[in-house]
Design a protein around this ligand. Structure first.
Ligand code: GLA
Length: 387
């Protein structure tokens, strides 16, 4: 991103004498561990080098003026008074309104400001563009109006609260945590209960990680919350039989199998998936430590099978890509993110890369009538100030 160009765009919108600061917050990938975060289990995300950029400057008034430079689906400007309690009707503005309110609620004396938002992250692709947007604003507002004691754990919690309170999505902590804590060339192994985390240097020598965007856009909502409800039903059944189990993270396969009859088939299968998925994250940790790419790939395929057949968050486009990946001898592939489309993450041997990409692109186009998009992955830093 050209920061000078960003500054000039800001000046065009908000006055030629303005002098904004610029903040960046990245999107994320997740190697494995889907829907385990709100079950207080484990995840293995990483920040990527693409994300959301915010140019921002206090304006000395009590009004916030927003300009979403790339917005095509909705009007791209929005203003609100700092004291306003009225939730914006524009979806993109809800995130910024929420971030502003959460910051003010954290005893920060937020004043009026002008802000321009842009980015190089596709939305609805399972790369957490919304967490990147919220974290960019939380960090920027904390820096501009706060006490310069930015606590990234706290900001991650606040980001999660924005989704819960202003968007109605009962998400976990993974996306916000990854966006704020990303480290170049490292994965993050995060325990979503304690928030203990470790960085794992990624060394995929001889292999490439590539995202294939199905272009099936998802705005997570009812279906996501419905999965969370199934998991809560699973915990309730387990707690009756095994007092003290507070989350699926604490349960074993034998335990969930033993309460199968007290659950609907759907809730049982979804809860069982989570227990297995947690285990897969821990297996990935050891595979990465051992440099065992074959094992890593097998776990990715197993994860996709769980998402598709047990947790029911896949779609025919993602299933098709994973099928082709297997047929082509790709080491591992699975749909990534909250579900219902977005991107498939692929672990591909160098020598197979070109022929695989060509095949999968062609067959996908033949079957679905539209292109899939290819994004090679580069793992980058977390939220920071650029100017
Ligand atoms: C979305 C949510 C995350 C997480 C993933 C699925 O990205 O925001 O909290 O639950 O889905 O792993």
């Amino acid at each position: 991103m050209d920061i000078q160009f960003l500054k000039e765009s800001f000046q065009e919108q908000f006055g030629k004498d303005s002098n904004p600061r610029v903040f960046f917050s990245p999107g994320r990938i997740n190697i494995i561990g889907e829907h385990t975060d709100y079950n207080l289990g484990f995840v293995c995300p990483a920040a990527i080098d693409k994300g959301i950029y915010v140019a921002i400057q206090p304006n000395g008034t009590d009004t916030v003026n927003l300009f979403a430079k790339d917005q095509k689906d909705e009007p791209n400007t929005y203003s609100f008074k700092i004291s306003s309690a009225e939730l914006p009707s524009l979806r993109w503005a809800k995130y910024i309104f929420g971030a502003t309110k959460e910051t003010a609620g954290n005893n920060v004396n937020v004043q009026g400001y002008n802000a321009l938002v842009t980015g190089d992250l596709p939305d609805g692709a399972g790369l957490s563009s919304s967490a990147a947007l919220v974290c960019a604003f939380l960090f920027a507002l904390d820096t501009l109006f706060g006490n310069a004691d930015t606590d990234r754990f706290k900001l991650a919690r606040m980001g999660q609260a924005v989704e819960h309170k202003y968007l109605g999505l009962k998400c976990g902590i993974m996306d916000q945590f990854a966006s704020l804590h990303g480290k170049k060339d490292n994965l993050i192994l995060l325990d979503c209960r304690s928030l203990d985390y470790e960085y794992i240097p990624i060394n995929t020598q001889g292999y490439r990680l590539v995202m294939l965007n199905t272009c099936v856009k998802h705005a997570l909502g009812t279906e996501y919350n419905d999965r969370r409800q199934s998991c809560e039903n699973g915990v309730a059944a387990l707690e009756k039989a095994y007092p003290g189990i507070g989350s699926l993270r604490d349960a074993t396969i034998a335990q969930i199998d033993s309460v199968k009859d007290s659950l609907s088939e759907t809730d049982y299968r979804r809860s069982r998936y989570i227990i297995q998925e947690d285990d897969r994250v821990l297996q990935v940790r050891s595979a990465l430590r051992d440099g065992n790419m074959q094992k890593l790939g097998d776990i990715l395929y197993a994860g996709h099978d769980g998402e598709s057949n047990w947790f029911e968050i896949s779609c025919s486009e993602s299933d098709y890509i994973v099928r082709i990946a297997k047929e082509c001898g790709v080491t591992g592939a699975r749909q990534m993110g909250g579900g219902f489309g977005g991107c498939v993450i692929n672990l591909v041997k160098e020598q197979l890369y070109d022929s695989y990409i060509e095949t999968v692109q062609k067959r996908f186009l033949d079957k679905f009538g539209h292109n899939l998009l290819v994004y090679p992955i580069s793992i980058g830093q977390g939220t920071n100030q650029l100017l």
